[in-house]
Design a binder for this molecule. Sequence first.
Ligand code: SME
Length: 177
Amino acid sequence: MALSKPQLYRDLAEQLAALLANEANRVANAANAAALIYHGLPDLNWAGFYFREGAELVLGPFQGKPACVRIPVGKGVCGIAAARAAGALVPDVRRFSGHIGCDPTSRSELVVPLIEAGTVSGVLDLDSPVPARFDEDDRIGCQWFGRGVRRSPPPVFGHFARWNPLVGDAILMIRTI
Ligand code: SME
């Protein structure tokens, strides 16, 4: 019997914790996390990290096709998630004008910010060739993945508001952490 989505994320989070144990190097940990996520979750065509350098996000370890290297904070799905310190979900990237396309086969996207000491240090980005591939279970599961590749211990997460459409564009859903 197939695992439920939360159970799949729990299993992958345990595997990730084992992979990252005793290793503090962020690049090594992000590389293993991207590989685990890409091969462990169904229907992905890209999984990886961007790390913040000033006003930009810079490409980090990933699995999938080559991607754009620098994204201004505030631009694209990744930059909006970083600027707002919020999860960003795009059910159909073809209907969100702000989407930065790297692989034309991508149809939906989920971005989760990495937050260290109260500031966004990067994002975890997942792309899928399947429209509306991601939901709330994915966002929560991905936050656990993100915790492993930050330099500092995770903060405690509280309750979350519901997904809200970004003002002016109902196709990008934002959920504040
Ligand atoms: N689609 C992203 C850009 C990164 S790629 O998907 C790997 C965005 O709009 O920010």
